[in-house]
Ligand binder design. Structure first.
Ligand SMILES: NC(=O)c1ccc[n+]([C@@H]2O[C@H](COP(=O)([O-])OP(=O)(O)OC[C@H]3O[C@@H](n4cnc5c(N)ncnc54)[C@H](OP(=O)(O)O)[C@@H]3O)[C@@H](O)[C@H]2O)c1
Length: 312
């Protein structure tokens, strides 16, 4: 990750200090970019190896703790302008969702109260939307019928919205499916020579490259006015069917496109009726409000980069 990812104007307006909760794929990439931009970064992780890595990167304060307890509350000594909560459930089914997303959010909000936090950003997911059938989905879409996991995320979003008065600004970014370096499951399957892909291919994937998630977070963090507070979808706005993506990848690798096997689905998918919902996520609101656009405008641009292919 490189600070050159961020335009100079953005670097100049970043908060002076940011605390990141949940240092996985996104949290660590964000920490790297912020550190390179001269921001003081604090981080909470529950993983000792990650803590070592974060200290090596130069993160100023690293606490190893389970987010959902209050035991870590007294351990951070620095003051922070902004909070980024990007924990994931990291497995554990619905109980893992409640523990990490809901109790985690509750714990951070309790800690953050009265600390003069300017902005609080929470990475939620487009999985809160129950819509199907290929429809276009923006932030006004009803989430009442969200799957159980999506309901937990919505509840966690509401906790933040209800605490709005505590912060200068708050943002919920509902992220589409994240891909990027070391995270490209379908490419891995093809490279392994798989000729059959589990499940079906006739539904829309909504994607966002890791680096574009990082720039979206940084962009929101530079905007403190509470008038911009709210819920935003963040995707590349170029939904494509899974079959289209797989066929394109196969072509780049000089392979025959694999077949899909609808009979072979994961237990998670089986619980969702054997297929993922198909909808086209719109992130116009985020683009227009923050004048942001992704560096990787669609999956082709992102995967070309991952494959080391120069654009013709
Ligand atoms: N991945 C996607 O495609 C996707 C799509 C939409 C939205 N999102 C959202 O985007 C955000 C970032 O995702 P990601 O891909 O970076 O996730 P990730 O790689 O799984 O990282 C999340 C981190 O949260 C930590 N964590 C989970 N529960 C915790 C707890 N109770 N206490 C302390 N740390 C805890 C995990 O720690 P351990 O390493 O110790 O488990 C992990 O390092 C998440 O909020 C996720 O819900 C992701």
């Amino acid at each position: 990750m490189s600070v050159h990812l961020l335009p100079d104007a953005l670097v100049a307006n970043l908060p002076k200090s940011v605390i990141i909760f949940g240092c996985g794929y996104i949290g660590t990439a964000l920490a790297e970019v912020l550190l390179a931009a001269g921001v003081r970064v604090g981080a909470l992780t529950r993983n000792v190896q990650k803590a070592t890595r974060l200290r090596e990167l130069g993160v100023h304060e690293v606490i190893v703790a389970d987010l959902d307890s209050d035991a870590w509350h007294g351990q951070f000594t620095g003051a922070y302008e902004s909070v980024v909560n990007c924990v994931s459930s990291a497995g554990g089914g619905i109980d893992g969702y409640r523990k990490s997303y809901l109790e985690g959010q509750r714990s951070i909000l309790k800690w953050a109260k009265g600390r003069g936090i300017q902005s609080y950003l929470y990475t939620s997911s487009t999985s809160v939307y129950p819509q199907d059938g290929g429809v276009r989905v923006d932030e006004t879409a009803d989430t009442a019928d969200a799957p159980l996991t999506g309901q937990v995320l919505c509840e966690s979003e509401r906790l933040l919205a209800d605490a709005a008065d505590t912060f200068g600004a708050w943002y919920v970014l509902r992220l589409a499916g994240i891909y990027g370096p070391r995270r490209h499951y379908l490419l891995d399957l093809l490279r392994a020579g798989e000729s059959v892909i589990p499940g079906v291919g006739d539904y829309f994937l909504n994607l966002i490259h890791r680096d574009d998630v990082v720039t979206a977070i940084c962009t929101a963090l530079t905007c403190h006015p509470s008038s911009k507070s709210g819920i935003y979808n963040v995707s590349d706005d170029q939904p494509a069917s899974k079959a289209e993506l797989v066929a394109w990848l196969a072509k780049q690798l000089g392979q025959v496109p694999p077949l899909f096997d609808p009979e072979h689905v994961s237990p998670r998918l089986q619980r969702r009726g054997g297929r993922m919902p198909s909808r086209q996520i719109s992130s116009s609101k985020f683009r227009e409000t923050f004048r942001w656009s992704p560096q990787y405008e669609d999956f082709r641009a992102g995967y070309r980069d991952l494959l080391g292919i120069k654009k013709a």
